[in-house]
Design a protein around this ligand. Sequence first.
Ligand SMILES: [Zn+2]
Length: 238
Amino acid sequence: MVTRVLIGDIPVDVVLKDIRNIHLSVYPPAGRVRISAPSGMNIETIRLYAISRLGWIKKQQRKLRGQERETPREYLNRESHYLWGKRYLLKIVEREVPSAVDVQHSSIHLYIRPDASQEKKQSVLDAWYRKQLKAAIPDLIALWENRVGVRVNEFGIKKMKTKWGTCNPDARRIWVNLELAKKPKECLEYIVVHEMVHLLEHHHNERFMALMDDMLPKWRSLRDDLNRLPVKHEEWEY
Ligand SMILES: [Zn+2]
């Protein structure tokens, strides 16, 4: 059960569970605050705990919102763009159709009509990022199908604001966030494995964690790398 309490003007979701210690988290992208506490704990004690941690909560929220502001791109020459965790400088090469993208040394070249709008530039680059993911994912799935012991019928790539991945266990379909093309490849692998493990275990419960520990022992550090970024894999849902 989730109870919402207000600490000053900050809403805090409190979840009582069968755990030993109180645990505080601030989640991207907006800085949502959640406290998990042992089931017997009194709400007033939890409130005092949250008040004592208010400085830290506000600092985390500022950090997350600051990261959010870094994301908009204007598609200008020498702007930073990322592929597989590596930074490249954008080079706009104006030409008539067809538009294209390629990587040369430390630059991503975007070949595009001189009158192209920012939206058009973004859509050409997004299509290129999608292509990179489409090329990388089948090998990862093939590698992990045997290790995890599941078959994936289909995968897709989509833009998602709050999740790095999602899945439909009945259809055995997994989806990954388009943004993953910009992160180190092992982050993509972590999300693919995470979603594949969901085909065995739907919930983020102990069995799920044990399977992940078994399959990909360093998954927690990969998760933390991703969580430092504005988009986060949240609770899996139907
Ligand atoms: Zn999940």
